[in-house]
Design a protein around this ligand. Structure first.
Ligand code: NAD
Ligand code: DAU
Length: 361
């Protein structure tokens, strides 16, 4: 039975990945989820699987060397899938330090602990051990509106404290690969959307605000482009890279689905109108009039677009969920899980929203 150590498994992508893996492999695998439970970590995301004998949650900080070393010492870990990070660009602009702490130092601790557990006396690594570092397309910087794509060979040019911290963590992984022949892969993925996404990110924020008749804040001119990928397609890509990828390689993961932010907002409003029954009083307040242009994000990257050619050619992965289907599934999930949204938007979220949006002109 193969044992996975998943970091950040209580967050958005991590919890979807754990669901994906347990659905796919059942009790052929064991998953240990290590998460410190920041504002973004939520054990409700895993309620349906928490009783499984082959799943275990450990609350620990990835920057806590002792705690992480102990987890490796007590468990024969075969695979690490490293999601844990501070992930929100706007928060990184307000408070960069924790991004360096978690994303850079935390990754160094994870790498060191895995290396210590898996390295043999002659400097080679135990066979079958693999570390996958989950990263982002934002490390490549920004593209022009009229063309170009991010390839694995595109030079790094991060702009935000978030992307700079992720770029630094990628560099550490690359250094371990080059220096020690450490058995790792990196995936650089585009914007994800789907169930369990925290409503600080564009898609769940717009869904939640529209349902409450609140303003829909659009940064700048709304024409920034992101390449959206349904989260379960990302989960599948991670698994395929770890099983079929060439160790030491980086793979770009993307949806071939570029859209301007303003287009995304119009689509969400249309789908909400389509899905809400006429008898639902919220339907009447869903309106384009809620769209409000606000001060732009500082250093706002104009366009991201991944070329997922290498992962398709070498591994056979390609995006499966069309955006029209993925966004409907996502909105249906939010309808069926209104308590989830109510819980995550109570308390501290209100304070966050006030701080982030009340001063935007
Ligand atoms: P998220 O913010 O939803 O979840 C992050 C998780 O990490 C949370 O459960 C949090 O509690 C945990 N965590 C944070 N600091 C920790 C620490 N010090 N120790 C242990 N756990 C800690 O993030 P997400 O959107 O699910 O992103 C997951 C990973 O994927 C990140 O590394 C991110 O950079 C990367 N990524 C995200 C996207 C996207 O669109 N969301 C796209 C590409 C790559
Ligand atoms: O590209 C991958 C990255 O995608 C991940 O690495 C990050 O972890 C993830 O947060 C995401 O970063 P973005 O900054 O692209 O995502 P966000 O949802 O914050 O914003 C998407 C776009 O929408 C961006 O151009 C900013 C804009 N936006 C966002 C918010 C929250 C708005 O116009 N209004 C908003 O209120």
């Amino acid at each position: 039975m193969r044992t996975y150590l998943v970091t950040g498994g209580a967050g958005f992508i991590g919890s979807n990945y754990i669901h994906y893996m347990l659905d796919k492999y059942g009790d052929e695998i064991r998953i240990i989820n290590v998460d410190v439970l920041t504002y973004a970590g939520n054990l409700e995301n895993l309620k349906d699987i928490e009783q499984l004998p082959n799943y275990r949650f450990i609350r620990a900080d990835i920057t806590d060397k002792e705690a992480i070393t102990k987890i490796f010492a007590e468990n024969d870990i075969d695979r690490v899938v490293h999601f844990a990070a501070e992930s929100h660009v706007d928060r990184s602009i307000h408070n960069p330090e924790v991004f360096v702490q978690t994303n850079v130092l935390g990754t160094a601790v994870m790498l060191n602990a895995a290396k210590a557990a898996w390295e043999r006396e002659d400097g080679s690594f135990l066979p079958g051990k693999k570390f996958l570092h989950v990263s982002t397309d934002e490390v490549y910087g920004s593209l022009d509106e009229d063309g170009g794509y991010f390839y694995e060979t595109t030079p790094y040019a991060p702009h935000s404290p978030y992307s700079a911290s992720k770029a630094s963590s990628d560099m550490l992984v690359k250094a371990y690969i080059d220096t020690y022949h450490f058995p790792a892969n990196i995936t650089n993925c585009s914007n994800n959307y789907g169930p369990y996404q925290f409503p600080e990110k564009l898609i769940p924020l717009i869904i939640n605000n529209a349902l409450h008749g609140k303003k829909l804040p659009v940064y700048g001119d709304g024409k920034n482009v992101r390449d959206w990928l349904y989260v379960m397609d990302h989960a599948k890509a991670i698994d395929m890279v770890q099983e079929l990828g060439c160790l030491g390689e980086t793979y770009n993961v993307g949806g071939h689905n570029e859209k301007q932010n303003i287009e995304i907002i119009h689509i969400i409003l249309d789908v909400l109108r389509e899905k809400l029954p006429d008898s639902d009083p919220r339907k009447a307040q869903i309106s384009e009039d809620l769209i409000t242009y606000v001060e732009d994000r500082k250093g706002h990257d104009r366009r991201y677009a991944i070329a997922p050619d290498k992962i398709k050619a070498q591994i056979g992965w390609e995006p499966e969920t069309r955006f029209e289907d993925g966004i409907r599934k996502t909105i249906e999930w939010f309808f069926e899980n209104e308590d989830w949204m109510a819980n995550v938007t109570s308390g501290d979220y209100q304070k966050y929203y006030e701080e982030m949006y009340s001063n935007r002109k």
